[in-house]
Design a protein around this ligand. Structure first.
Ligand SMILES: NC(=O)c1ccc[n+]([C@@H]2O[C@H](COP(=O)([O-])OP(=O)(O)OC[C@H]3O[C@@H](n4cnc5c(N)ncnc54)[C@H](O)[C@@H]3O)[C@@H](O)[C@H]2O)c1
Length: 276
């Protein structure tokens, strides 16, 4: 099956930078009208200008995805401007490091509010619209951190595992209902974006404390892995093809990442005497 996107309307959250902007450009080149949402009003205006220059209708909506009423406003603006919505990408996200027992409650809430509740609000707002319309595709950006565990990003892992679980439930329920609406989940490995500067939008009083030695080592490795990571425009194209080809799992480096998931399955087998 394939889905024809030209002339349709896409909503993307976290669209002012990185992967969201990469998706916006890919969707615009495929002829979609765009509603770009982000907390960063200044960069949002630049993103709208970039997409409009490609020759499609594009508007920006300043919104915080952690606030359900603001996510509903994104839907209202989309319907009033373009009349309908077809592809929704719940992509906005933030990341900070920290050992699980050192993260403050404020750190936990911020990560979960944006990365998980932001997607829940997006699903609750847009899924009924797509189902009623009998057409469309709902996607969300999780991470490889949603498919495998690891140190120093506990809150991020929790949120991204939640996004994977949520989108898999959406997929299963759409299938159960025989709905033509499709779902997918993007699980990128390292991508060269501004995500390591996520705290730029956070009040200085809430920003994370200084890092201990091992956290700092981890963080430096992460920053350098991301700097040599995939170009976000390439990730945008991967998401576009998954929407067009109606695929659920979107991995950026499938060979390497499937091996990481396999390691978890191997550990489950080994700990339960199934390894032989
Ligand atoms: N860069 C990577 O290596 C990588 C890997 C896996 C997953 N991801 C995920 O990709 C998604 C996009 O991140 P990115 O890497 O492009 O980073 P980015 O910082 O370049 O872009 C994220 C965008 O989200 C916006 N944003 C942040 N909080 C928001 C909020 N509360 N409401 C609305 N918008 C908000 C930011 O202003 C920014 O424009 C995130 O969900 C991130 O967790 C990134």
């Amino acid at each position: 099956m394939t889905y024809e996107v030209a002339g349709k309307t896409a909503v993307i959250t976290g669209a002012a930078s990185g992967i969201g902007l990469g998706m916006a450009k890919a969707f615009a080149r495929a002829g979609m009208n765009l509603v770009l949402a982000d907390v960063d009003g200044e960069r949002l205006d630049e993103a709208v200008a970039i997409c409009a220059a490609i020759g499609v209708g594009a508007i920006g909506v300043a919104a915080d995805v952690a606030e359900p009423a603001q996510v509903e406003q994104i839907a209202e603006r989309t319907l009033s401007e373009f009349g309908s919505v077809h592809v929704v990408s719940n992509n906005a996200g933030v990341g900070i490091s920290g050992p699980v027992d050192e993260m403050s409650l404020d750190d936990w809430r911020w990560i979960i509010d944006v990365n998980l509740w932001g997607v829940i609000h997006g699903v609750r707002t847009f899924l009924p619209l797509l189902r009623a319309q009998g057409e469309g595709h709902l996607t969300a950006t999780a991470s490889m951190a949603g498919l495998a565990g690891g140190p120093m990003l506990g809150a991020y892992h929790v949120a991204k595992h939640g996004v994977v679980g949520l989108m898999d439930s959406v997929r299963a329920e759409l299938e159960l209902a025989g709905s033509p609406v499709r779902a997918s989940v993007l699980c990128p490995g390292p991508v060269d974006t501004a995500v390591v500067g996520s705290e730029r939008h956070r009040h200085p009083d809430s920003q994370r404390h200084e890092r201990g030695e091992s956290e700092q080592r981890f963080w430096d490795g992460l920053v350098s892995a991301l700097a040599s990571g995939m170009n976000p425009d390439v990730v945008g194209e991967l998401v576009l093809s998954a929407v067009e080809q109606e695929r659920f799992w979107i991995l950026t480096e499938p060979n390497e990442h499937v091996t990481m998931v396999q390691r978890r399955l191997d550990a489950i087998r080994a700990d339960n005497d199934l390894s032989g």
